[in-house]
Design a protein around this ligand. Sequence first.
Ligand code: HGY
Ligand code: MN
Ligand code: MN
Ligand code: MN
Length: 426
Amino acid sequence: MTEPFASRMIKVNQARHWARLMEMAEIGAIPGPTDADRGVNRACLTRLDREARRLLIGWARDIGLSVSVDSMANLFLRLEGQDTEAEPVLTGSHMDTQPRGGRFDGIWGVLAGLEAVQAIREGSIWPRRPIEIVAWTNEEGGRFAPGCMGSMAWSGSEPANRWDAVIDSDGVSFRAALEQHLAEEADLPRRPLGPVGKAKPVAYIEAHIEQGPILEAEQLDIGIVTGIQGSRWFNVEIRGKTDHAGTTPLGLRHDAVQDMIRAINALNTLTHDPEDILRFTVGRIEVLPGSSNTVADTARFTIDLRHPDAAILLSKGDAIPQTVEAALQDCSASVSETFNAAPRQFQHDVLDAIARAAQLNEARYRHLMSGAFHDAQFLASVCPTGMIFAPSRAGISHHPAEYSSPEQLARGTQVLASTLLDLASR
Ligand code: HGY
Ligand code: MN
Ligand code: MN
Ligand code: MN
């Protein structure tokens, strides 16, 4: 384990770190009424995504990191270790955002890794193990559902071609977007997909904003994440019959919208939880043909279901298809599951390393569960995994008003740097 002395020599550069975050936030910026609510729209595998990655690659190469990309476009930045054959410590997160996302969700974890590695090198410390920073492809699932495609394929949770036929709102398939993206990044060295050979990490640490109100409410600096609740996503399509809105009597209609309302009401009943732990969200609705004077023949909606207990998530999720079916009056429906991330508990030795780093840096911390899913959920099946949370103002995220202060993010990066050095010195 690193001498605490070595860790004391690390000092992240708050101004540099904040300047990089703000420069990155310009790529896909959504202008806000005030600076406090400037959002970002930077979907995966787009020109904006590639522009952001080029900016990151430039910063990484300037500090001597090597760059590589795998067949899922996961991007890796590597600080070589004294022992080049040693298994690396892996850190990182994602660079893609929600369509009206914030400036810190995901990208902070990637830039915190970069700043942590730079601070370690500026402390004239050369860790025994290599440290790698990764930007996972499509964590948000906004353009192509589901999320976490890059980390699921890399960890072997799903086959890499599982989502080839998934299309975005313009009808572009994931596979086509990925191939175009890889062609535009053909100059980058390619690496195998997955934890193979020397690439198998000894640990993965993801720094991420909390996206919830706890740390701010308790005036804490750091959250040590003990685990992540489970998530299941479904697509529901209800099929009826198009009719004229003025001439068709109600009794003869097969109105997909009316049956969608019946289905969602029935699902609200199924998922009602007096303890308010089960999370049921319909986030996207699409109605076709989408004309005000035509009865809809198609209604599609998404379901995002979450719970920390695997058995409850299983039973409630498995009941969704028959609940939809039973609610229909005049239409037919299909229900397909697109995402299933089991609840995860992280291992204590990694949690202890983060706690030691927090103490070393005099950061006030607590342990807590994550309500949001993260790529760490899938890394946990490959190696000891942990997450470090920084506070979110009013718990706001997936919104332009998402905010953490330069001091909060620098402190989170400082704790990440000490944790990485501890793990890379063993
Ligand atoms: O949806 C989530 O939990 C993550 O923020 N993408
Ligand atoms: Mn995120
Ligand atoms: Mn997110
Ligand atoms: Mn995440």
